[in-house]
Design a protein around this ligand. Sequence first.
Ligand SMILES: [Zn+2]
Length: 314
Amino acid sequence: MANSPHLIGMHFSGPTLRAALVQDDGQVLETREVLISPDSMVEQVASVAKELSSVSGNVTALGFGVPGLVNRQADLVIVSQNLPSPVREGLHSELTKATGLRVEIENDANAAAYGEFKIGAGKGVRDIFYMMIGNGIGGAIILDGKLWAGSSGFAGEVGHITIDTEGLECVCGNTGCLETVASAPSIVRRARERLFRDSTSSLSRLGLAKDFTADDVAHQANEGDDFALMMIERTGKYIGTGVASVINLLNIERIVLGGGVMDAGQLILNPIIQEAKRRAFQPCFDATEIVAAKLGSDAITIGAAMLARDATVT
Ligand SMILES: [Zn+2]
């Protein structure tokens, strides 16, 4: 164990820091989950990084997946809803200082995409488009084995393509983005609105729950609840609409769909594929595989670690 180099992968999941000590081949050796306080974010992250590096003694690099716009070349988080400005500016330098490791900061969807590409559902092809559908919707483009970052690091923001020109305001400033209808919080919002105005949905078990999450909607859909199933299928249609645009734009070999919303499995994957087929240019659709991700909630930590590993080897 001492001979093979180890990596650290980290990311924020809401207020929780998830961290992992990762083997060179992507296998997770140890994990940590720490509730982060907004006042001491950087210090807490640095302390977990230090702790994990001391476990191995052979850690060569650290990768951090951050939700938002990240310029990896400049080591800066440019926009992130979750991170106050001192954290965005200080994360890279403080982590480097605390651990003495090479640190790579990358957008969380880019990191997850890289993990799937290396050891998950993206393995075996050269080009993939990855979508992470969870609390937000992110995306990443890997071309010829490399993350395609765009001119300033922000490529792949598929969650902010417009689906409904009359739609709701999005965190990005636009209206009607894919994220405003198909992210986990948007599924809950749409389900609530529908339950409130549609008496035919009164048989749904979701209507009896005081509070429910997107996971609950998926669970009830799997249990055969018609209303929940309809909500999941409609969400799939929205995502499939976005996927069709990606197919037409990139003519890419494989599209990998990950993130918590995809935990609904075939119930959401099937309508996504059907809608993409209906909307995309047929020869482009025929040339694209659409598959579910494989690494689950470890995708970001593993991918961030793999990115840091490969950035070290120059
Ligand atoms: Zn948006």
